[in-house]
Design a protein around this ligand. Structure first.
Ligand SMILES: Cc1cc2nc3c(=O)[nH]c(=O)nc-3n(C[C@H](O)[C@H](O)[C@H](O)COP(=O)(O)OP(=O)(O)OC[C@H]3O[C@@H](n4cnc5c(N)ncnc54)[C@H](O)[C@@H]3O)c2cc1C
Length: 438
């Protein structure tokens, strides 16, 4: 069977489903294809192991799409405070109060102009499955969007007037533009012949879904140990099933061999390792539900579009998940591409017209690259493997008093609190090695 659309969005993850909803709201005829079936939310089940910190900007975008209140109705955890500190031990550790090495943001202290909304919170931690489900429902509610779950893409052909996508069930879809939103290992990107530049970081990340004794917290924190950061992302109360307990997601960055060893431990032994290895700020853990580890890489597509194919989200770029900005960038890609495609249609152009796709890439590539650089600057400034004096000199910061200022500004940008690029970031990133080819 062959069906015709304006666009085919391949990949209905958070980014693809958001973009298809927005395009449907603009009246485009869209097919949304995913090899997985519809995400299912079960209020009784343990949280999804994959969670994301959604920034205030993403919240505004999801509100416009109509997905935000369904997300809040399902489950989302607000965070009002965010702390980052250097947890490396050195001879003077006991003499220096943590406040001297810590950056703490509190929504109550930040002006509404910085946050773009009434300053009651900094963001929300949301399970990916929930965000995705709310967005699938938004897409499904659009009469011009056709969801095609449970089928992957096997072939793609760009011709003079249209593109043809072949699905693994043998059906074909024709359209003016194919949008690759199929994640970091994008098949669409490969089929379109678009290459990537890729740097694998030495560390990997292990995510652990845990329950702890105590009320649901409103702080998310990240402590930089010499072997890598350890982060706490609060989730909801565990409810009547486990009175007095709450869920959280922990992220442990470390060398692959260390994580490989931790992964072989049973839940009880891993719980003990976490209590020992995490800072004292970690509340008492009672249970481990699930764990998963991820290689982390900085990857950037060499082109965001080619012929009748354009890329968004992780298909175009992956960044270090350190400050949790991956999907926030993907949503910005989606909003930008949607605006360009509206303009292309208004001007009567083909939806794969180079002029509009070039404009999309011109806006998004530098912004995504800046965030990749910010992640590296963020890492350098907080992981104090280099003595502060050398760090200051290496980064071109003259005086010792510049360090807390630089940390504060870079952290604000990296954590999605500031949307403006701080000038100090340019100075720092121009001195970080190996970033020229991005
Ligand atoms: C450890 C870790 C922690 C993270 N924490 C955060 C965080 O706190 N905040 C944040 O913003 N980001 C975070 N990220 C990054 C975030 O998860 C990604 O940026 C985000 O999931 C990208 O969304 P996407 O929709 O582009 O791709 P994906 O989520 O990868 O979705 C791709 C979709 O395409 C489908 N698909 C794949 N291949 C095909 C095919 N051939 N045919 C059809 N369908 C296909 C898949 O089934 C999937 O549904 C984290 C990442 C990691 C590894």
């Amino acid at each position: 069977m062959t069906q015709a659309f304006d666009m085919v969005v391949v990949g209905a993850g958070m980014v693809g489903a958001a973009l298809a909803s927005g395009l449907g709201q603009n009246g485009f005829r869209v097919a949304l294809v995913d090899k997985q079936n519809a995400p299912q939310f079960d209020a009784e089940a343990a949280p999804d192991i994959r969670v994301s910190a959604l920034s205030a900007g993403s919240e505004r975008y999801l509100q416009q799409l109509g997905a935000w209140s369904p997300i809040l109705d399902l489950r989302a955890t607000v965070y009002r405070r965010l702390a980052v500190w250097d947890a490396a031990r050195h001879p003077l550790s006991n003499l220096i109060p943590r406040t001297a090495t810590e950056v703490l943001f509190n929504a109550a202290d930040l002006s509404a102009t910085h946050l773009g909304h009434s300053a009651t919170h900094l963001g929300h931690i949301v399970e990916n499955r929930i965000t995705q489900q709310a967005l699938w429902q938004c897409a499904e509610a659009q009469p011009s969007v056709t969801l095609l779950p449970g089928t992957g893409v096997t072939a793609l052909e760009s011709a003079e007037t249209h593109a043809t996508v072949t699905l693994d069930n043998g059906d074909t879809l024709t359209c003016q533009l194919v949008i690759g939103a199929d994640g970091a290992q994008s098949r669409v990107r490969d089929l379109a012949g678009i290459g990537v530049t890729r740097d694998q970081y030495a560390q990997q990340a292990m995510v652990v879904s845990v329950r702890y004794r105590g009320e649901a917290q409103d702080i998310t924190w990240q402590a930089f140990h010499p072997s890598g950061p350890r982060a706490f992302l609060p989730l909801h109360s565990a409810g009547d099933a486990h009175p007095g307990e709450s869920w959280a997601s922990l992220v442990w960055y470390d060398a692959p061999e260390t994580l490989a060893r931790l992964k072989t431990l049973d839940h009880e032994a891993l719980l003990a390792e976490i209590q020992k290895g995490f800072p004292a700020d970690l509340p008492p853990l009672t249970h481990i539900d699930a764990r998963a580890s991820f290689p982390i890489a900085r990857q950037h597509a060499k082109h965001y579009h080619h012929r009748r194919v354009v890329l968004v989200g992780d298909a175009a770029h992956t960044i270090n998940p350190l400050a949790g900005q991956g999907v926030n960038l993907g949503f910005q890609d989606a909003a930008c591409l949607q605006a360009m495609l509206r303009e292309a249609r208004r001007s009567g152009a083909d939806l794969a017209d180079r002029q509009w796709l070039d404009r999309y890439e011109q806006q998004r590539r530098p912004a995504n690259r800046r965030m990749m650089l910010a992640m590296d600057a963020f890492y350098y400034l907080f992981s104090n493997r280099i003595p502060p004096v050398h760090l200051l000199r290496n980064l071109g910061l003259g005086a010792a008093r510049a360090l807390p200022f630089a940390r504060n500004r870079v952290a604000r940008y990296a954590m999605g609190i500031d949307e403006e690029l701080p000038a100090i970031l340019k100075q720092i990133t121009s001195r970080l090695p190996g970033l020229n080819q991005l």
